[in-house]
Design a protein around this ligand. Structure first.
Ligand SMILES: N[C@@H](CCC(=O)N[C@@H](CS)C(=O)NCC(=O)O)C(=O)O
Length: 308
């Protein structure tokens, strides 16, 4: 099995989703800590401009977005599955709702003054300002939800989630699915906000479920610095192309393209089209330090264009 290198930082909720999936599957991985704000030169050497957290590196193949990263981990370690027969489609759909709608209620709710003060306690004002400025640019494309709306939305979502969970151990029965990991990372962030965690008080099923997810742990890992990870990419050869098996753009392999996320962190990534399948788009690019890499994106949430 190729070395699984996760580029992340400890306070990233989406990274927590993947760390827990690695724990559930009892995998050993390599941890590379990356900066919380831009610039991220070693990340960009690998991705060509994608700046979100986390990314997964397997040699010279770089996987962006946790929906895709979860699929890649599932292919490497199919058991226990994230997508059980019978609930795979429903769990993916609930996960997608959590990663977008639930996440963007949890963040503004937690980032209200009390939560912010707790999270950044002890941090110098310039660090807090740098974080605020970075994230304003990062999410400039999204409508901003204000505190009162975020509180109301999160309260309603928790009520509904409590009811959906009922007496089950996990959202789709006795075993966790991708939906559990996607819901959990949003709530994990709220729990880390200190006083903001009080919103959980009426929801005993959710609290017990959080404990069950936390108990899955993070697997085992070793540690690497980001320049060594760039060197790993440089010395590796990307996987062979998967070709074009689902064409919705009319762009041929090898044509110059640009791809970008459509929600947050919409920085464009340039390269040559390398593969286009039902679920992913892959581009290849040459980097002065990382060499030839292939960067993979899920179709959902990304936009591909021919580069003119
Ligand atoms: N759809 C993406 C969302 C990732 C995301 O928004 N991650 C946050 C951190 S939890 C981020 O990138 N923040 C800005 C940064 O780390 O530079 C995914 O599933 O991976």
């Amino acid at each position: 099995m190729k070395q699984l290198v996760l580029h992340h930082y400890p306070i990233s909720p989406f990274a927590e989703k993947i760390r827990l999936i690695l724990g559930y599957k009892a995998l050993h991985w390599t941890s590379v800590h990356i900066p919380v704000v831009m610039p991220k030169p070693d990340v960009v050497a690998l991705t060509g401009g994608y700046r979100k957290t986390p990314i997964l590196q397997l040699g010279a193949d770089i996987y962006c977005d946790t929906a895709l990263i979860a699929d890649v981990i599932e292919a490497i370690a199919p058991s226990p599955t994230l997508y059980p027969k019978g609930s795979a489609a429903a769990s993916r759909t609930l996960a997608q709702w959590a990663d977008s709608t639930l996440f963007w209620a949890a963040i503004p709710y937690t980032m209200q003054p009390a939560g912010l003060a707790h999270m950044f306690s002890g941090a110098p004002p310039e660090v807090i300002k740098a974080f605020g400025d970075d994230r304003s640019a990062f999410r400039a494309n999204l409508p901003r939800m204000r505190g009162p709306e975020a509180r109301a939305a999160l309260g309603l979502y928790l009520e509904r989630l409590e009811e959906m969970l009922g007496n089950q151990a996990f959202f789709f029965g006795a075993q966790p699915t991708i939906a559990d990991f996607s819901i959990y990372h949003c709530l994990w962030f709220v729990l880390r906000g200190g006083p903001t965690a009080q919103i959980f008080a009426p929801f005993h099923q959710i609290e017990a479920w959080c404990e069950r997810i936390r108990a899955l742990g993070h697997g085992t890992h070793d540690v690497l610095d980001s320049s060594a990870a760039v060197a790993i990419a440089h010395d590796a050869t990307p996987l062979a192309t998967a070709g074009i098996s689902a064409d919705t753009h009319g762009i041929a392999l090898g044509e110059k393209v640009v791809i970008a996320a459509t929600d947050t962190g919409i920085d464009p990534i340039e390269g040559d089209l390398y593969a286009a399948t039902r679920e992913r788009i892959s581009i290849t690019r040459e980097d002065p330090r990382a060499g030839r890499v292939v960067v993979h994106f899920p179709r959902l949430g990304f936009e591909l264009r021919r580069r003119t």
